[in-house]
Design a protein. Structure first.
Lengths: 314, 314
């Protein structure tokens, strides 16, 4: 049954992993606007009464439930799905965790940690981190994509050519996202909403937060692309950059090692300067700091830099 | 002879490569402000009458001449050199090149290319790229550092723990840069000034431009750091971000391959949309676009994104 205009994919209509054989929960015509009632990344395994001892019990087969799939009529392999990100309605609850075995510095952080957030649901005021930090809110969907062509069930964790768990913190309201379509009807799903995150998502989690995402789905015929791309309407850092940044570097021939060095040095700096616990500094880096490649050409050493916005702790 | 107050290291006082045995051209007390008359990266090999045929003739033994070294009295190994970046006086002339064998996409771009820039020396108006592009000016020093402890002459090309050719585009006016000191007197040098560059410097060159850099050199005793870090006073993207960005992605298990994929896809997009030659798009990406790591935790696939500011071509 195709439907026009505004639709809702309710929280109950979610799935785990990508699979082209899943039955669509909604069929829409191109140009339709849909509200998705998204779960947070644990799918209810972490709640407002959870503690760090619950973190190692997370069942990864049940992480990142996504709402959908939505079939877009007329969409064919080789077309592009244009997703206009209209708005988010955040819930005001969120969590950030250090999950053993997961995250950029998994070798350094083997003890689970959990921070629970309560933030103003309108997203107009920063989320407090105890009494010492204020993280500006900028909601987006961590997982957004379409079904891959390959048959079978594919893990939700890695992102792919067709999108998925990309955790791109700039996929926020006002953005136009373009996804390559690999199956008839596109089979679009979205979830894993975040209230805030920096580039890199270095500890492995953002401010994981349930919220409603309102998106418009359209089809561009025959304009094949190789991987997701998007257009932002303006600045992507205005919410955090007014007081500038503290920046640490990692310099050497391996980008991954450079990234680890830069983040480790920022954690050291924040701990020293603000008397933070290392796990708290790591989580703040993940929800607010940005991993950038300053140069990738001065053989054989590259510079990876980690930018932490001073507004968070000043 | 130690001197107080304002000093100048003239253009003639430059050297090639890092070497702790070089004699200082100036001795200053901590807190001194010094003007450095910096050469552009070719050290005069590329001029306002050069063409692309001159690019392969570049002698890499003579690239990145740096002004100095300046001995800072009392500086010892284990101290930190604090460099306050006061201001730049740009020259109005610059060049950007595709140098065969150099740059992130050296395998794709084997033909030399050269773009010569004339920009308003005050840096208040964007530099025109023919009639189609406008690149906002934001001067900084590509090469800034101190002598490494290891004896001998070290190539200027790779950056190191002690700084050097870091090509960090945010080392602009107002920034405080902290460098680890490895030799007595620090032996500070600076050069390779750029009128504009994006994160990554993907084609291998920026808007290479001679200019005077005014810096204050100070010593922080005993506060050893592992690699350069810096503090910015405010936004680092305000000059380019008002119209937002076009963003392409590279998704996979290797950060270097992801970076190459993201930049290739941006070049394709710019060429298609603006009828640019590929080498021109590559150079514009290098002087204005940013390489960011969107996520580095969703095993086994990372997302590297390339952000091109729409203000340049809109």
């Amino acid at each position: 049954m195709a439907a026009h205009g505004r639709h809702t994919v309710h929280a109950v209509h979610h799935h785990f992993g990508w699979d082209r054989s899943l039955s669509p929960v909604l069929r829409v015509t191109p140009g339709s606007t849909v509200a998705f009632e998204c779960h947070e990344a644990s799918g209810g395994q972490i709640t407002a009464i959870s503690t760090a001892t619950d973190v190692p019990k997370l069942d990864f087969a049940r992480v990142n439930p996504v709402n959908g799939p939505v079939l877009v009529e007329g969409a064919q392999p080789g077309d592009v799905l244009k997703v206009t990100i209209e708005s988010f309605v955040p819930s005001g609850f969120g969590w950030t965790a250090v999950i053993p075995g997961f995250g950029l510095l998994a070798d350094d952080f083997k003890t689970p940690a959990l921070h629970l957030w309560r933030y103003e649901a309108g997203g107009r005021v920063p989320a407090n981190f105890a009494t010492i930090g204020r993280v500006p809110i900028r909601p987006f969907a961590g997982t957004i994509g379409v079904a891959p062509a390959e048959p079978g069930l594919h893990s939700i964790v890695p992102p792919r050519r067709v999108g998925g768990n990309m955790d791109i913190r700039d996929l926020s309201a006002g953005v136009e996202l373009y996804l390559p379509i690999e199956v008839e009807g596109a089979l679009f799903s979205v979830g894993d909403t975040h209230a805030a995150q920096g580039d890199g998502e270095v500890c492995g989690t953002a401010i994981e937060s349930p919220m409603t995402a309102v998106l418009t789905l359209d089809v561009i015929k025959g304009s094949n692309i190789e991987s997701p791309r998007f257009t932002t309407p303006g600045s992507v850092t205005r919410h955090v950059d007014t007081k500038g940044y503290e920046v640490t570097t990692g310099i050497g021939p391996d980008l991954m090692q450079g990234a680890r060095d830069a983040v480790r040095r920022m954690i050291d700096l924040l701990c020293r300067r603000h008397a933070l616990a290392a796990a708290d500094a790591y989580m703040l880096c993940s929800v607010a700091g940005d991993l950038r490649v300053s140069e990738i050409v001065d053989m054989p050493n590259w510079v990876v830099s980690f930018y932490f916005p001073r507004i968070v702790l000043d």
